[in-house]
Write a protein that binds this ligand. Structure first.
Ligand SMILES: NC(=O)C1=CN([C@@H]2O[C@H](COP(=O)(O)OP(=O)(O)OC[C@H]3O[C@@H](n4cnc5c(N)ncnc54)[C@H](O)[C@@H]3O)[C@@H](O)[C@H]2O)C=CC1
Ligand SMILES: O=C([O-])CC(=O)C(=O)O
Length: 311
């Protein structure tokens, strides 16, 4: 199976690295506009093959889309990341044009590919990709909820002082500092509600820390995060290529689900060989429904800024 990753920067290269050493795909193509950059990253990753023990072929390309031909999955990470103090939404002016152009280019050579959108503001870039390509909704997947949920589980494990892998939880809604909805009510530790162990105040702090998880890392690193984002994309690609049918919160076109229409927003999805196999209807309580509607309003307002790009 072949995966193309457009954007060989921090997130794209990390994703290529994880996909390779976990043997998720037989071929990974990294493409970037910076001359020689993707080739360099591909060579560096390939030189791990004998020490970490993998056989994935990793190829680099400077803007030559012929090398991406016949990809099963294409991941779009091209664009600029935020700097400390910025929101993801501020990236729309530069990233919208880049994402649209890249989506059109990849489809010329991989007409059957499933596209995973990572560039920010991710929900709006997912909606843009859907509108610009006209592909069916199952083939356009925005990656945000997998990452936000992994951060939620990290903060829960810290608060509980228990291993992350004993903790479960999910974040839905927009992939933004104020639009994410960590579902604390449904979070669990070894099958028991986290509310058994944590006070409301502690759970509220976990939710607040999760929502600004990306901003916290951006403040610490000077640019946005890449290890967990790259690994989260690889996790999603694994579920597609190996038809694992995992339930992963993803940004997907809503057509009445969760009371919304004509918007891409994070909801739990079954992810398999066709991309979005189905959307799971988790019964939200009234407070969660109100948060979801508010999140949708904010993302819809951002989508309005696409008018000039979508002509
Ligand atoms: N959805 C999510 O959960 C996450 C999204 N992101 C977003 O992913 C994007 C990438 O982040 P990083 O990898 O940290 O940035 P980066 O700056 O390290 O890498 C971006 C790469 O895209 C390349 N690029 C720009 N225009 C291009 C084009 N037209 N064609 C091909 N390549 C092009 C650049 O040359 C650069 O190498 C950002 O927009 C960031 O906000 C980052 C982390 C998580
Ligand atoms: O914070 C950012 O700008 C990048 C991102 O989406 C994340 O790490 O969640």
């Amino acid at each position: 199976m072949k995966v193309t990753i457009v954007g060989a920067g921090n997130v794209g290269a990390t994703c290529a690295d994880v996909i390779s050493y976990r043997g998720i795909a037989s071929e990974v193509v990294l493409l970037d506009i910076k001359e020689g950059f993707a080739e360099g990253k591909a060579m560096d990753i390939s030189q791990c093959a004998t020490t970490t023990g993998f056989n994935t072929r990793v190829v680099g390309s400077t803007n030559d889309y012929t090398k991406t031909a016949g990809s099963d999955v294409v991941v779009i990470t091209s664009g600029i990341p935020r700097k400390p103090g910025m929101t993801r939404e501020e990236l729309i002016g530069i990233n919208a044009g880049i994402v649209k152009g890249v989506a059109e280019n990849v489809l010329k050579h991989s007409p059957d590919a499933i596209i995973v959108v990572v560039s920010n503001p991710m929900d709006t870039m997912t909606y843009l990709t859907l509108k610009a390509t006209g592909l069916p909704k199952n083939r356009i997947i925005g990656m945000g909820g997998a990452l936000d949920s992994s951060r939620f589980k990290y903060y829960l494990s810290k608060a509980l002082n228990k291993p992350s892998n004993d903790v479960d939880g999910m974040v839905i809604g927009g992939h933004g500092d104020t639009t994410m909805i960590p579902l604390t009510r449904l979070a669990s530790y070894c099958g028991t509600p986290v509310s058994t162990y944590l006070s409301q105040e502690e759970m509220d702090k976990v939710a607040a820390d999760t929502m600004v998880g990306g901003a916290t890392l951006t403040g610490l690193l000077g640019t946005s995060a890449w290890y967990a984002p790259g690994a989260s994309v690889a996790y999603l690609v694994d579920s597609i290529l190996n038809d694992q049918r995992k339930m992963i919160p993803c940004s997907v076109l809503l057509e009445g689900e969760y009371g919304q229409n004509d918007i891409c927003l994070g909801v739990p999805c079954i992810i398999g060989k066709n991309g979005i196999e189905s959307i799971v209807d988790v019964k939200l309580n009234d407070a969660e429904k109100a948060l979801f509607a508010k999140s949708a309003d904010a993302v819809r307002a951002m989508n309005g800024d696409l008018k000039s790009v979508l002509v």
